[in-house]
Design a protein. Structure first.
Lengths: 882, 134
């Protein structure tokens, strides 16, 4: 701590912070323009100058000058104010008086500064800067005349986003913002718009739609990826007009910032629909619910409750999902439920659980609180609560930046989980940080990686095997930091594959593997990020086990940042699993057993026969098994589009005798339904989401219902029709009931991660050897990877204007040399064919693709990428022109 | 006693000789003061386009919330202009704040004061009515 005085006030400040931060902490305001808390101080605008004694005779910028013992700072002497006024006048020489129609008007920092300093007139004249506006860019307009060249956008794009898409052009007085003499074409995360102090960068979707003071902001949680960013939706007249984050952290991604159009997309379902004679007819809520209840009852009367199969939704709130599984377990009395995370994220959880065990928490007060605060767990923790199992090795995205080594394997971070990408950018500020990127394709973070491993698709386990082997070679006598069983046997099983075989299988040089292993072996807080590319494979679970083995070998979960970071695809993919929408587990991953707290909570003898997994259920329907489900109640997840082999899934679901779909859009699955119940989505509902690392985020309704209803209300109403009244008044009620039975949630609330950080973790693991043989179904010269693209999230964003402007249709990414060999040019129509089917798609030549590998995104229905896949996101295909 | 009577008569005679003051309203209309505040009117450029840029400052400043709708749109050259502009004259108090706040001198109170209507709905002026000269 150092002592100093600011404007005569004695102040104590932490050593090493700047005068500006010290003043802000004590409520002394110093005006500034180029400074922004999200980026390193730039010190270019000089508005924040203060007089410092002892110090140079000239004023010093408060944003870059550090506090020192005995310093005397004057923030607003006459001289300082005069300097500030002159500086603002210099900026105003060129600044157009666009304020009446500039979108920034009312929240413009230059406007505020002009008022604050009382600058009424500009008594300077200068040559006008030439106009160099960019109106052609897809989502972000640039007005160079309004720019005050503070550099915030340039720095945020470089330091935090990592895109470096915008920079200064020209020099001195003629300095201009630019994107290389052509329209801005970047990730379109829009962070630059948010940090711009003036209206030089304008959001095209928001442009001219409202003045800032006409809107009311509601803080809620983003609805797209598993990152669960909290953001503000600005609403005017019941319509969301823009999305922004906050001053401290302005980062959002393309879909987060520009994807809010899903809310009032014209395709949104607004009234319940009943299928009559192959056509959907609009119906009243009562009729539709009655129809759904009758249909389910008929199937149940004929074939028993286990003939009804439920699919939960990774988009719905925790409360809706909890009620959904309660509906099946209590009202129908069956465990025939599962959720679409089965195809990716659940494999990660199951794999990690095999190595680190299922969760157990001891030391929870058995009596739930009678009146917990809204969205606070009703269970509390006793002193010295202990826990074990896989949740304790899952990393905290808030501390990922503290990790000293991050291995990204089988994940394209930016499309799958932008928040992890921003954390990596922050970690990269630390010079001791090391990043290893392993992916068959070139991804954005390759340019920042200290080691790159470009392996052949599907050989993740072989690569991980090689890495572990090399780590043991690097550090002889290495033993895991955690308590681990089966280490000796595991080491031997590793040695069975010599490094040259690993090289043969993966196509990665032994030297590269050893280099990466050297970094990993010396890591103090290693983190492993892995995602869809690796998990969506048929052997995704084995891949996850291999990753967990590596973490058991080198991981030190006690150190901040060290952990496993599986990527959840959707906003509540983690939550839907937590809520027990699983055939074999109750909420909170509790085993299906007679003594479960939920038996008491629900006042019901639970059926403890596990149900079928989604895949088991589908194959039983396919083979017309006696036990095959007859009816489906699908809450979310466009299975036809998302699950591998679309034609098969479509033909299976067509066999269903009765199908209830609860959704927001007419997806491929909804088209098969007998009754569709339209549901409210994120900014229309209250409730909670659980993000990829287990953090609870609270949703607040910002706009009206649009004719649809919140998911939990629909389930409760349907339950009433089936003579089992579920009386809940709000989502809080449901959360309270749920949290009373889930010890894993004890002590947590909005913004907290489960398990509660006060639980002492006792992590034990056992090495699980896995086979490393790679297998890609099908035949053909090319390997197709079906994955995610940065603009979209599931099929959801294909209904929103913003993301569709950036990526409006499916393209096949192909290596230019491969394309040359097939005589394919950019934009040519090509046919991708496998034994399962073929699709016609436009080709896009992309250097990021290695030879022999092509890529399709799974968001679009026309054409559907999964038409060609078999049981995995990888598939061998043939490609033809035309 | 007679003197006040004569004074009164004197005044009467003076008035008899002067021009009568009565204005035959509504046939004849009295000119109003330069500073008179009648109904708000949207000002036009020479080419007939509204000067308004839909900045909504008038709507924000209006103390009686008489300006109810200003719907902006983007023009061909990136300019902002209103496609709808509604003033509820039943609420308007003719204070002139809108005129004061307007950065483009696009709204001004004209001298029209004959605003009585049988139907209140007639007093909700849309953009076309507001553009008409009063």
């Amino acid at each position: 701590m150092v002592n100093l005085t600011i404007d005569g006030r004695a102040i104590q400040a932490e050593e090493g912070i700047t005068i500006l931060k010290a003043a802000q902490a004590h409520g002394i305001s110093i005006p500034f323009l180029c400074y922004h808390p999200a980026i390193k101080a730039i010190g270019s605008c000089r508005i924040c100058v203060v007089e410092v004694k002892p110090g140079p005779p000239r004023p010093s910028p408060a944003c870059t000058t550090k506090v020192a013992e005995g310093m005397e700072v004057t923030t607003n002497s006459e001289r300082i104010q005069n300097i500030r006024r002159e500086l603002v006048k210099f900026m105003l020489v060129n600044h157009p008086l666009d304020c009446p129609w500039c979108d920034k008007g009312g929240e413009c920092e230059l406007q505020n500064l002009t008022h604050e300093l009382g600058v009424a007139e500009v008594d300077y004249e200068a040559v006008r800067k030439p106009i160099n506006n960019d109106f052609d860019s897809m989502l972000i307009e640039r007005y160079n005349t309004r720019c005050v060249t503070c550099g915030r956008c340039v720095h945020v794009c470089q330091e935090r986003v990592g895109a470096s898409a915008i920079n200064f052009e020209n020099r001195a007085y003629f300095t201009d913002l630019g994107s290389g003499q052509q329209p801005l074409n970047c990730e379109f995360c829009g962070t630059c718009i948010e940090v711009c102090p003036v209206g030089a960068l304008i959001n095209k979707l928001f442009k001219y739609s409202a003045r800032c003071w006409e809107m009311t902001g509601t803080r809620t949680i983003c609805q797209f990826c598993g990152g669960g960013c909290d953001y503000m939706v600005d609403v005017k007249d019941g319509k969301v007009l823009r999305v922004r984050r906050d001053e401290e952290n302005p980062l959002l991604c393309l879909r987060g910032r520009f994807g809010f159009g899903v809310l009032d997309a014209p395709e949104r379902l607004k009234t319940p629909l009943i299928k009559k004679g192959g056509q959907f007819v609009e119906a009243s809520w009562d009729d539709a619910l009655e129809f759904a209840a009758q249909g389910l009852m008929q199937v149940m009367a004929k074939s028993g409750p286990s003939a009804i199969y439920g699919v939960g939704s990774p988009r719905a709130t925790n409360e809706s999902n909890y009620l959904f599984q309660k509906f099946f377990r209590v009202v129908l009395g069956t465990n025939q439920i599962d959720n679409p995370a089965r195809y990716n994220y659940l494999k990660a959880l199951e794999g990690i659980a095999q190595v680190f065990g299922m969760p157990e928490v001891a030391g929870v007060n058995p009596e739930p609180l009678k009146f917990p605060k809204p969205f606070h767990s009703s269970l509390t923790l006793e002193e010295g609560a202990k826990g074990k199992g896989f949740p304790f090795v899952l990393g905290d995205s808030g501390t990922l930046k503290a990790a000293d080594v991050v291995l990204v394997i089988g994940a394209d971070v930016t499309p799958e989980m932008p928040p992890y990408g921003w954390q990596l950018m922050e970690a990269l500020q630390n010079e001791n940080f090391r990043l290893i990127v392993a992916n068959p394709r070139k991804t954005k973070y390759d340019r920042y990686a200290h080691a790159k491993l470009r392996y052949k698709p599907g050989t993740e386990r072989a690569l991980l095997n090689g890495l572990m082997e090399a780590i043991l070679d690097e550090k002889s006598g290495h033993t895991p930091y955690l308590e681990a069983a089966g280490f000796e046997e595991f080491t031997e099983s590793l040695r069975q594959t010599p490094m040259k075989d690993v090289k043969e299988m993966t196509g990665v040089m032994v030297g590269d593997i050893r280099e990466a292993a050297k970094i990993l072996a010396n890591a103090q807080a290693p983190a492993i990020i892995f995602g869809n590319d690796l998990l969506a494979q048929a052997s995704g679970k084995e891949n996850a086990i291999a990753v967990a083995n590596l973490f058991l070998l080198i991981g030190q979960p006690g150190n901040p940042g060290s952990g496993l970071y599986p990527i959840a695809e959707k906003n509540n993919t983690h939550g839907v699993c937590d809520m027990g929408v699983l055939p074999n587990m109750l909420p909170g991953y509790q085993p299906l057993a007679a003594g479960s707290p939920f038996g008491k909570l629900w006042n019901k003898t639970l059926n403890i026969t596990p149900g079928f997994t989604l895949e088991e259920a589908l194959s039983r329907v396919e083979s017309n098994a006696v036990t095959a489900p007859q009816a489906f109640y699908i809450m979310g997840g466009d299975l036809v589009r998302q699950a591998p082999n679309s034609k098969r899934v479509l033909s299976i679901l067509q066999k269903a005798k009765f199908m209830v779909v609860q959704g927001a859009f007419m997806t491929e699955v909804a088209k098969l339904a007998d009754v569709i119940l339209p549901v409210n989505i994120h900014a229309e509902v209250n409730g909670t989401y659980t993000n990829t690392d287990g953090r609870l985020g609270q949703l607040k309704a910002a706009v009206g219902g649009n004719g649809a209803k919140p998911g939990w209300q629909i389930i409760a109403a349907l339950s009433r029709k089936l003579d089992y009244p579920m009386e809940y008044y709000s989502a809080e009620d449901i959360f309270k009931e749920m949290s009373g039975g889930v010890s894993l949630y004890a002590g947590i609330k909005d913004g907290y991660r489960w398990p509660c950080p006060t639980i002492a973790a006792q992590i034990k693991g056992n090495f699980v050897p896995v086979s490393i043989a790679a297998e890609i179904p099908g035949e053909g010269p090319f390997t197709l990877i079906v994955g995610k693209s940065a603009g979209h999230s599931g099929s959801y964003t294909t209904w929103a204007q913003g993301p569709m402007t950036i990526m409006g249709s499916q393209v096949l990414k192909i290596n230019p040399e491969d394309a040359g060999g097939l005589d394919i040019a950019e934009g040519d129509e090509v046919t991708v064919q496998s034994a399962q089917g073929s699709i016609a798609v436009k080709a896009s030549l992309n250097q990021a693709m290695p030879p022999g590998v092509v890529f399709l995104a799974d968001h679009f229905t026309d054409p559907m990428a999964n038409t060609v896949t078999l049981n995995s996101n990888l598939c061998r295909v043939t490609i033809q022109k035309g | 006693m007679i003197i006040p009577l004569l004074k009164g008569l004197g005044t009467t005679f003076k008035a008899i000789l002067s021009k009568p003051l009565t204005i035959q309203y509504p046939e004849v209309k009295r000119p109003v003061s330069e500073r008179f505040r009648g109904r708000p009117e949207l000002q036009l450029h020479d080419n007939g386009k509204v000067k308004c840029v839909a900045c909504t400052l008038c709507k924000t400043v209006c103390p009686s919330q008489a300006i109810t709708v200003i719907e902006p749109k983007e023009g061909t050259y990136g300019e902002k202009y209103p496609v709808e502009f509604v003033i509820d004259l039943t609420r308007c108090i003719f204070c002139g704040f809108c005129q004061e706040a307007c950065p483009k001198a696009a709204i001004a109170l004209n001298k029209e004061y004959e605003l009585a209507q049988y139907d209140k709905k007639m007093l909700i002026y849309d953009i076309e009515m507001l553009k008409t000269k009063g």
